[in-house]
Design a protein around this ligand. Sequence first.
Ligand code: AKG
Ligand code: FE2
Length: 202
Amino acid sequence: MPLQQSLLDGPGDPELAPLTGIRRAPLSATAWIDLLPGWLSGADEVFAHLSESVPWRAERRRMYDGVVAVPRLLSYYREGAPLPHPILTEARAALTAHYGVEFTTAGLCYYRDGRDSVAWHGDRIGRGATEDTHVAILSVGAPRSLHLRPRGGGETLRHPLGHGDLLVMGGDCQRTWDHAIPKTAKPVGPRISIQFRPSGVR
Ligand SMILES: O=C(O)CCC(=O)C(=O)O
Ligand SMILES: [Fe+2]
């Protein structure tokens, strides 16, 4: 199975490292990202479980004068909805304790291959449009690059997100920066991204 070859974590129960190891990279005076590579170990089983048990949806969106397929599969766990793997419940509790901010919703994306992507955007639907907010991303599966650039234009920063890695955006990052997962022509396996957000942020 080509999927297995892309995962390097080996067997073992899913386990989260302490968040004390997280490193902050300021983006500006008011925006930052926190990074913790390898936050989740034993991520193979998590990837396999989520691939199979999450109700993935293929969405279509109206664009200009046509309707196009959204280039990734989606699933959304609103506030109060049980998450699809116990390690995600644990991850959310750890993030909530570490940041003193309640993460209540989870958006999941499934990038089937390098043609799947998310275009430049900020998570500005709702509260993120006007208030500082945290958005925490746990990545499992094939590594993909998260790109960030200032909204007014400027240099693009590239952060590779691998199997079990955590990246948290904070401050006014959603208002003043955009992020994207660009398509890649390289042969890449599937990736699942889990985004934890506080209430009212999309
Ligand atoms: O796949 C990712 O890690 C990012 C997804 C994202 O930016 C979003 O769904 O808002
Ligand atoms: Fe986003």
